[in-house]
Design a protein around this ligand. Structure first.
Ligand code: DGY
Length: 438
C-alpha cells in the first residue's frame, strides 16, 4: 500500500466507526446487525481508541452495564427495538431490564482492556476505567469456569454455535446434527433479507440454533442448568485460547493495579487451562481440534479455531510451527489469508460465512499470536493480507479467500477497527488521525 492509500484507508475506517456509532455503543453494521454485539464491541473499542479514548472506554462500559448478576456478559444487548433482526428479544425472553440474549460470546474483553490500558495516552482516565472494569471482567471469567466447566476439567464448553462467534463452522456439524428440531416455533429469518443466502448458514442449522434457544428459555436461562441440559457442548480450542489469553492479560493488568487476589485467580485459571489444553492436540492432523463434550469424541475438523492457540502462546515450538505451516499452506492455496477452514476438506465453502471465508478480526488475533510466538514474518504476511483485502474490496464483514470478493454485511465496524490497528501498529508511516472525532 502506498502512503496515500494508508491514509485513505485509515480515513475510511474512521468514517465507518462514526457511521455505526449509536452513542454509547456501536452496531456491527447497519441493517443486518442493529444492536450491540459482545465481541464486536470489544474489538471496536480498539478502533475507537485511535480517535477518542474516552469513547473507547464507554463502548466497554456500556456492554458491561448489561452483565448478568451471575457474571455472564450476553452476546447481544438489544438497546432499541428493531424489526430487521431475528431472533429478537421476544424470542429470547431473558427478562433482563434492557433485553439481552441469553448466551455469551468469545471473551476478547481481557485482551482488549489490557491493550487499551497499555496504549493509553490519557493515563489518569485509563487507571480509573481499568480499575472499575477489571472486577467485572474477572467475574465473567469466574462465571465461565463455573458455568461452562462444571466438572472442573480446566476448559470451558460452548453450548450454542452462536457463542463461538464462528456460527456455522464445520467444527460443529456433527454435534449440531444431534440437536433435534421438533417443536421449533415457526419463524422468518431476516439475515437472508440483507445478505445473499449463499453466504449465510442453512435453514437446517437455523432450526437447531432456535431449538437450543427455546430449550434454554424453557429452563429460565438458569446457567446452573444449561450446560448439562444442552445436547450441544463443544470445547473449542479457539474459544478457550481467547479465554486463556484474556485471562493472562487480566492477571497482568490486575498485578499493575495492585489487585493481587484477582491476579492470582486469573493466573490459576490460565494454568489449569493450559495443562488441559494438550488433550485437544490431534497428532495425526498436527492441529488443535474441538472436543465434543456431549458426544465424548475429538472432532476431525481442521479449522481456524485450531490456529488460534498461538494467540495465547499455547503449544510447544513444534506445535506452533505446525500451526505456522498450516497457515503457509492455506495462504499458498488462496489469494488472501487466512481461510477459516482447511481447503482440502470437501465441506469447505469459500463464501459461506465461517465455512471458508477470511475474517479480519481472526487475522488480527492470529497475527498478534504469531508475533508473540516469535514468527514476525508470517505475522506481517497475515496482516498484509488484511490490508490487501480492504484495499481491493472495501470494509466487508468477511471475504472469499480465493477471489477476495466482499461478503456478508458492508461498512463493517470491526473490519474498520482492525484496519486502524494494523495501520498504526505494523510499521510504515502512521496515518494522521483527522476524523471528526480527532
Ligand atoms: C447472527 O445473527 O448471525 C449472529 O452471528 C448471531 O449472533
Amino acid at each position: 500500500m502506498t502512503a496515500f492509500n494508508r491514509q485513505a484507508a485509515f480515513d475510511q475506517a474512521a468514517a465507518i466507526l462514526e457511521e455505526n456509532d449509536r452513542g454509547g455503543y456501536t452496531v456491527p453494521t447497519h441493517g443486518l446487525y442493529p444492536f450491540q454485539w459482545n465481541w464486536d464491541s470489544c474489538l471496536t473499542a480498539l478502533g475507537l481508541r485511535h480517535f477518542d479514548e474516552s469513547r473507547a472506554w464507554t463502548e466497554i462500559e456500556t456492554l458491561l452495564s448489561h452483565q448478568w448478576p451471575d457474571g455472564m456478559v450476553p452476546h447481544i444487548v438489544f438497546h432499541e427495538p428493531d424489526e430487521g433482526y431475528f431472533p429478537g428479544p421476544d424470542v429470547w425472553r431473558t427478562g433482563r431490564p434492557t433485553p439481552t440474549s441469553g448466551i455469551t460470546q468469545p471473551p476478547v474483553l481481557g485482551f482488549v482492556l489490557k491493550r487499551l490500558f497499555d496504549e493509553a495516552r490519557d493515563r489518569k482516565l485509563a487507571d480509573e476505567k481499568a480499575k472499575a472494569l477489571l472486577p467485572k471482567a474477572a467475574a465473567w471469567h469466574r462465571w465461565f469456569y463455573q458455568a461452562r466447566d462444571p466438572e472442573g476439567t480446566g476448559l470451558v464448553a460452548i453450548i450454542h454455535p452462536w457463542e463461538s462467534g464462528r456460527d456455522n463452522s464445520i467444527d460443529w456439524d456433527e454435534a449440531l446434527a444431534r440437536v433435534p428440531t421438533e417443536g421449533v416455533e415457526p419463524y422468518r429469518r431476516r439475515d437472508t433479507e440483507h445478505v445473499d443466502a449463499a453466504q449465510r448458514p442453512h435453514k437446517a442449522e437455523y432450526d437447531r440454533y432456535l431449538w437450543l434457544v427455546q430449550k434454554f428459555r424453557s429452563l429460565g436461562w438458569d446457567n446452573s442448568k444449561l450446560h448439562d441440559a444442552s445436547p450441544f457442548r463443544v470445547v473449542d480450542p479457539g474459544f478457550n485460547a481467547i479465554l486463556i489469553r484474556s485471562g493472562l492479560d487480566l492477571a497482568a493488568l490486575a498485578e499493575i493495579l495492585g489487585e493481587t487476589g484477582l491476579a492470582e485467580e486469573a493466573r490459576g485459571q490460565a494454568s489449569r487451562a493450559r495443562a488441559a489444553f494438550e488433550k485437544l492436540w490431534n497428532p495425526a492432523l498436527r492441529h488443535y481440534v474441538c472436543y465434543d463434550r456431549a458426544g465424548g469424541v475429538l472432532v476431525d475438523s481442521v479449522s481456524v479455531g485450531g490456529l488460534l492457540p498461538v494467540f495465547a502462546g499455547l503449544g510447544d515450538k513444534e506445535q506452533q510451527s505446525a500451526i505456522a505451516d498450516r497457515i503457509r499452506e492455506w495462504r499458498g492455496q488462496t489469494r488472501f489469508g487466512v481461510a477459516s477452514h482447511d481447503l482440502a476438506d470437501p465441506r469447505f465453502e469459500s463464501k459461506r460465512y465461517w465455512r471458508g471465508p477470511c475474517w479480519l478480526i481472526v487475522n488480527y488475533l492470529i497475527s498478534d499470536g504469531l508475533a508473540r510466538c516469535g514468527l514476525p514474518e508470517l505475522a506481517d504476511a497475515v496482516s498484509a493480507d488484511s490490508l490487501a483485502l480492504i484495499s481491493e474490496n472495501g470494509f466487508a464483514e468477511y471475504y472469499d479467500p480465493l477471489s477476495g470478493e466482499a461478503l456478508g454485511g458492508g461498512s463493517f465496524t470491526w473490519t474498520a477497527a482492525m484496519v486502524t490497528e494494523l495501520l498504526t501498529e505494523r510499521g510504515g508511516e502512521a496515518p494522521v488521525r483527522r476524523s471528526a472525532r480527532a
